[in-house]
Design a protein. Structure first.
Length: 192
């Protein structure tokens, strides 16, 4: 039995959880999210205690895995509609920059053209530092949203435009991400 799945999910004030058949709908001050739970996973709402997730087939391998997964997804939905999530990104490299323009994130990262990525409806972008200053001071921006999956996927798509390279560390990375550096080729002293 899943240790995560057995835990009761507490529902903060201002958040409403509705369960109709297998559809779980969570609404709060930041927005509304819904998922369809697995057929053998029962989700029930207790008015005072919170939300409980029960595995109806505890010996089946897939249902064991889905027990904790469904509970984690519902918990993330509740946190998202009440508090929200954020992801900070940094861009390293001389001349690299980021800006928000007409609902798009526009990054200039060494290509012959700027790269535009459409911002999803559930995500908001805040540019903290629009351009890099040398190789030491990065451009910084923050993505916030209430849908954890969509926020993480969009942040990952931005990072894929120019992942950090291992020699100088130039590229787009998550804030606090450690980039393992490699030593470049040393200039060989020629034999005389």
């Amino acid at each position: 039995m899943s240790r995560i799945g057995k835990k009761l999910i507490s529902v903060p004030s201002g958040v409403k959880v509705d369960v109709v058949d297998r559809m779980v709908k969570v609404s709060g001050p930041k927005g509304t999210l819904s998922i369809e739970s697995h057929p053998n996973i029962k989700v029930s709402v207790d008015g005072t205690n919170g939300v409980s997730v029960v595995n109806l087939a505890p010996t089946a391998k897939l249902e064991k895995a889905m027990h904790g997964t469904v509970r984690a997804l519902i918990n993330n939905m509740i946190i998202g509609v009440s508090k929200g999530f954020e992801q900070k990104l940094e861009i390293y490299g001389t001349g690299y920059s980021v800006k928000e323009q007409a609902g798009n994130i526009v990054v200039t990262v060494g290509f012959s053209h700027p790269v535009e990525l459409k911002i999803p409806k559930t995500v908001k972008a805040v540019i903290d530092v629009p351009a890099t200053k040398g190789n030491d001071i990065p451009a910084k921006f923050t993505l916030t949203g209430y849908d954890k999956q969509e926020l993480g996927q969009f942040a990952s798509n931005i990072r894929k435009v120019r992942p950090p390279e291992p020699y100088q560390g130039k590229g787009i990375r998550f804030a606090g991400q450690h980039v393992k550096r490699k030593v470049g080729k040393a200039v060989a002293g020629g034999a005389a």
